[in-house]
Design a protein around this ligand. Structure first.
Ligand code: ZN
Length: 364
């Protein structure tokens, strides 16, 4: 019997500042608690101060490309009664983690079991899915933002309390993402000390992508902006155009579906990034492969249930898999799973391990 647990939904509407203020007021204690612990969760003692400064270098990039999201950050800080900089940093978690991994030349430190994504074409539209995997310690801080801005499309976006968001669903598009080993550019191998500097952080980019009207517009946005971490973005729009976009700070590679669906986890697949072949994926990127293995034999188009099965799947004879359960010094898990049904304007979400929790409905 699977458990039924609903997400903490944060309702926000109106001007960007007002939306942020509503969010800050509704989550005041949670955000204050995360601000207290956030930097130390991400940065070792010797990198603490410099890492906090590195995160703030992203500010002019976001001010230029997405000033409306800076207004939201100002609103969150006002509503939660916190300093702007402390709240801004909450949207730079992946960047602080990538930077410190780069300084220590440990790309493996930035990518362990960090998310699996799936997209599928269905009935002329798209299903986009995400397993968000990270340290179990993040779980109490996860919220679901339901935004109705005066000046943009409605959206549902997951967030660590106080950050502007992560993947989700909007009126035209659904977005999921997974971390990639940090590479400053295609010519540099993963795990080096080269750092490409500031750009748009992942949390802001996720929200910027959710404001697009199509996958084509999202690709255009990714093509003209510099980013601050390496991620694969998995996109699907109302018209059924799906793809994965592997991104480095200034470079990207687009992967198109085979047989109407696509899966991705934490390695480069694109030939132009010397990505892995299908045979290599089985061994070296087993979650992307496992999801593909579950979905490949199913009748097409894939259904919601097919995708849930992939998201819940473990490796044969193991108790971890696409649905991650990992112990050790910093335990990790699949913190949440969702499937965004763009045509239905609905997101189906399991809070906690999807093998133990039901997918519940959240309407846009
Ligand atoms: Zn599981």
């Amino acid at each position: 019997m699977r458990k039924t647990v609903r997400f903490n939904v944060v309702e926000m509407s109106g001007s960007r500042f007002d939306m942020g203020r509503q969010y800050g007021e509704q989550c005041r204690d949670l955000i204050a608690d995360l601000v207290e612990n956030f930097s130390a969760m991400l940065l070792p003692e010797e990198y603490l101060q410099e890492g906090r400064e590195v995160a703030m270098e992203a500010l002019p990039h976001v001010e230029r490309e997405a000033p409306e999201l800076i207004e939201e950050v100002r609103g969150i800080a006002d509503g939660a009664d916190l300093d702007f900089d402390e709240v801004f940093r909450l949207s730079c978690s992946q960047e602080m983690n990538s930077w410190q991994g780069c300084m220590r030349q440990r790309s493996t430190h930035t990518v362990v079991d960090n998310c699996t994504t799936i997209a599928a074409q269905r009935e002329g539209s798209s299903l986009v899915a995400w397993n968000m995997d990270w340290w179990t310690r993040w779980q109490p801080y996860m919220v679901l933002l339901h935004g109705q801005p005066d000046d943009g499309p409605r959206f549902l976006s997951f967030a660590m309390a106080g950050s502007v968001g992560r993947p989700g669903l909007s009126e035209h598009i659904s977005v999921s993402a997974n971390f990639l080993p940090y590479r400053a550019a295609p010519e540099f191998a993963a795990g080096g000390a080269e750092w490409a500097g500031a750009g748009i952080p992942y949390s802001f980019m996720a929200r910027m992508l959710l404001a697009q009207e199509s996958t084509a517009d999202a690709l255009e946005l990714l093509g003209r902006t510099k980013r601050m971490a390496c991620l694969n973005y998995t996109l699907g729009d109302m018209g059924g155009e799906i793809c994965c976009v592997e991104t480095m700070p200034d470079d990207l590679a687009v992967l198109r579906p085979e047989d109407g669906f696509i899966t991705h986890a934490n390695s480069y697949h694109a030939p132009e990034f010397d990505g892995m072949t299908r045979d290599e994926l089985a061994e070296k990127d087993p979650r992307a492969h496992r999801a593909w293995e579950v979905l490949s034999p199913r009748d097409k188009p894939l259904s919601l249930e097919d995708i849930y099965d992939a998201q819940r799947s473990h490796f044969p004879d193991e108790d971890t898999g696409v649905c991650v359960h990992r112990g050790g010094e910093k335990p990790m898990m699949t913190l949440l799973s969702f499937v965004g049904d763009v045509r239905a304007q609905t997101m189906w979400t399991a809070m906690g391990s999807p093998c133990e929790h039901e997918f519940l409905r959240y309407d846009l």
